[in-house]
Write a protein that binds this ligand. Structure first.
Ligand code: HEC
Length: 173
């Protein structure tokens, strides 16, 4: 009697296992269609060739990141050192430097007084003995507490200011 009762249960179990296996097998075969994902528009976009960029889109021989890598001692002022340039430098100085370095270039700007160390006296030999390239580089990329101004001033504006600062050298200091 025991066997007679257990026989149908057993065959039911076997059926269930068979159906489950069939289910798994068909899932494995047809459930995930990976090729569909590969064909998807979102994925396809990465297979497309890059569009031709106009020449000189990426700077390789100029630009601020190339400038930053340069040796300050080797940077040469490309602009003329004449009165026009110094006058432009004077004007730009009074926009961008005067708050800290003061109208007399002596480091006595009103904003600058909250800095430690105080802004440098730009007429002093400490500053004037730097090369043009060093002043240019320090102003552009900053140092210690000095703000980097490369995104505020253009190359040419910075050089014009360097020309103006140079013209203010006081030999006795
Ligand atoms: C927000 C204030 C601030 C502004 C704006 C500013 N400076 Fe300065 N500058 C300083 C301070 C502070 C120092 C001294 C930093 C130190 O020694 O750590 C300094 C130092 C310098 C030095 C000395 C460089 C050296 O190597 O010792 C030069 C040159 C200079 N500044 C030029 C300029 C010029 C040119 C401008 C305008 C384009 C300018 N700074 C704008 C605050 C300022």
């Amino acid at each position: 009697m025991k066997t007679a009762r257990s026989a149908p249960t057993c065959s039911l179990m076997r059926h269930a296992v068979f159906i489950a296996l069939l289910g798994f097998a068909s899932l494995a075969l047809f459930g995930c269609n990976y090729s569909e994902m590969r064909d998807d528009e979102a994925v396809q976009a990465y297979n497309e060739e890059f569009p031709q960029m106009p020449k000189k889109t990426i700077p390789v021989d100029g630009g601020v990141w190339v400038e930053r890598e340069a040796n300050p001692m080797e940077i040469v002022d490309p602009l003329a050192d004449d009165s026009k340039m110094r006058a432009w430098g004077w004007e730009r100085y009074h926009f961008y430097c005067v708050q800290c370095h003061g109208p007399m270039l002596d480091g006595n700007g009103t904003v600058g007084q909250s800095f430690a160390p105080l802004p440098a006296n730009l007429k002093s030999s400490k500053v004037q003995d730097l090369s043009d390239g060093e002043i240019f580089y320090n102003v552009r990329f900053g140092f210690n507490r000095h703000p980097p101004l490369y995104s505020t001033l253009t190359d040419d504006e910075t050089w014009a200011i360097v020309r103006y600062v140079r013209s203010m050298r006081v030999n006795s200091e």
